[in-house]
Write a protein that binds this ligand. Structure first.
Ligand code: THU
Length: 129
């Protein structure tokens, strides 16, 4: 299996565990790190809507808790017909731990995958001060 297939499987599994009773929109995210390990996360909503967290935030928290901080590739899967792209806040979260040329794969339930780099998704992102 190539990286995308492995990440897709993990992200789909994570989406299956999503807590999304309000939007009914389940999202999963899987991160391949520079050491070859994979971390995943799902969206976790809340009755107080802004308190909910994206799948990307969950996967990133798992990666940091696993003692790693270098994203090699990341895949976001939505259990929908459409391919979705990470929200602005999640682009910033990803950019914190990835080189500009790191691939961000975006996949839907039809098995379609679109890939852009985090640099393309977040041009001129705030990196340092
Ligand atoms: N969501 C994610 O988890 N990741 C994204 O990239 C886009 C949106 C979640 C947030 C919310 O729980 C649901 O999808 C609908 O917006």
């Amino acid at each position: 299996m190539n990286n995308i297939s492995v990440l897709l499987k993990e992200a789909k599994n994570a989406a299956g565990r999503a807590y999304a009773p309000y939007s009914e929109f389940k999202v999963g995210c899987a991160i391949l790190t520079s050491t070859g390990r994979i971390y995943s996360g799902c969206n976790v909503e809340n009755v107080s809507y802004p308190v909910g967290t994206c799948a990307e935030a969950g996967a990133l928290a798992a990666m940091i808790n696993g003692g790693e901080s270098e994203i090699k590739e990341i895949l976001i899967y939505a259990d929908s017909k459409q391919i979705i792209s990470p929200c602005g806040a999640c682009r910033q979260r990803i950019a914190e731990f990835a080189q500009g040329n790191a691939p961000v794969h975006m996949a839907n339930a039809r098995g379609e995958v679109k890939t852009l780099t985090i640099g393309e998704l977040l041009p001129m992102g705030f990196k340092e001060f």
